[in-house]
Ligand binder design. Sequence first.
Ligand SMILES: Cc1cc2nc3c(=O)[nH]c(=O)nc-3n(C[C@H](O)[C@H](O)[C@H](O)COP(=O)(O)OP(=O)(O)OC[C@H]3O[C@@H](n4cnc5c(N)ncnc54)[C@H](O)[C@@H]3O)c2cc1C
Length: 418
Amino acid sequence: MLVAGGGVVGSAIACALAERGVRNVCVVDLDLSGRYASSELNAGGARATWWQEVNAAGCRDTLAFFAAHAEELEFRRCGYLWLYDDAPLYAKARARHALQERLGLGVELLEPADVWPRWPLLDRHRDEIVGATFSPGDGLVNPNAVRRLYRRRAEAAGARFLNRHYVSGVETAEQAPGVRRVAALHVLELEAPPPADEGRSVERVLTQHHVPPGAVARHHVMRPDLFVNALGAWSPVLSAKLGVRDAATPVRRQISLVDVHASDLAPGVDLARLGMLVDASGLYLHPEGRFVLAGYSTPAEPPGYAFQYDGRAFFETELWPRLAWRMSSFERCEHVRGWAGLYAVTPDCSGVVGRVAGFANLLEAHSFTGRGVMQSFAVGRGVAELATTGRYESLDLAPLAGDRFHDPARFVTEDLHI
Ligand SMILES: Cc1cc2nc3c(=O)[nH]c(=O)nc-3n(C[C@H](O)[C@H](O)[C@H](O)COP(=O)(O)OP(=O)(O)OC[C@H]3O[C@@H](n4cnc5c(N)ncnc54)[C@H](O)[C@@H]3O)c2cc1C
């Protein structure tokens, strides 16, 4: 069984497959250090507070897994506070509360007056806020530790992870009328050690799909009985080679670390006790060591495989105005550093999991639109169930099947993303 992509999702799948006793699980990845993998470049937010049941339930189960390994994964249920300045949107949040209650998430609906005494940090433009939600069961996790744990468990159960292995091509064959199968994968094993060029060669291969002939040590032809596309934001590249419609689009997202001096904090503010805060403007932040990690998804960001971090310009135009608008403590703060990674965005902002229609031996799990870490355990478990029994046993992930994009009535439109 071959899994392409050793990010958090591919690793979770390998772990679940191997622990169910599947033999010969093999994960191939061009760069298992994950320099350009979203799994290494994200914000570490982990919440079950979503508006679509399949997303909320999958994240709830994943958070339960994180909680069972809280120390190793540095998982803290420090809560998500979500502010609303739009009355119709807040009405929608209230309407989704019943679903969240049914799933046992314990989300609190807050009036503005409930917010200020508990979060004195939010001391500006309070009159804009029409309501808030606080979900004490949500929190923060170390995503790199999550991926490491899945991989360690997968390897302990017999799975193999092959580094510097690039899936360059695929052959398909007809299995029955109207049903194809993945007959062979062409995998280029790159020379070891990788060139000391700070990852530029990895980026070139991933974004331009050009492997210089001199860099190839071996050309493997693999003939898996089952193949899983877990290539994250690069899944469309492989889907195109398979002739499969893939609705996902890569979009750059940027994050900055911000230094706030203790002497500049408003009275009563203790940043260390803050969980994740999502402002009505779309800005999000949480404490990260001695700094604050802040992000904002620029709506006009063009799609594409881009990793350039805009540095101070991003901080000064997108982050600082929003920080200082809501919190006087951020009136004076400093940009430290930051980075950019890819969201794999789908038309309904939900992920893609399941069998690929028209193929006998092809599964896919990708494009979680900013939710891949917090949904990873449930996705790995679901893919392993589907692969071994032909159906979902623990949680029905069928709504996330990729062929839903042919029919807008089947969209799983998730509005609570950042
Ligand atoms: C700025 C930012 C903030 C985020 N914040 C959060 C958050 O707070 N919480 C959360 O849950 N999620 C968050 N996300 C989203 C999350 O990081 C992703 O959903 C998740 O990491 C996707 O994991 P993946 O395994 O699907 O993909 P990836 O981690 O991208 O892994 C894909 C792998 O495929 C490999 N690959 C690609 N093409 C090939 C090929 N042809 N051959 C071999 N290997 C190949 C790559 O090397 C890579 O290792 C954020 C993302 C970003 C960018």
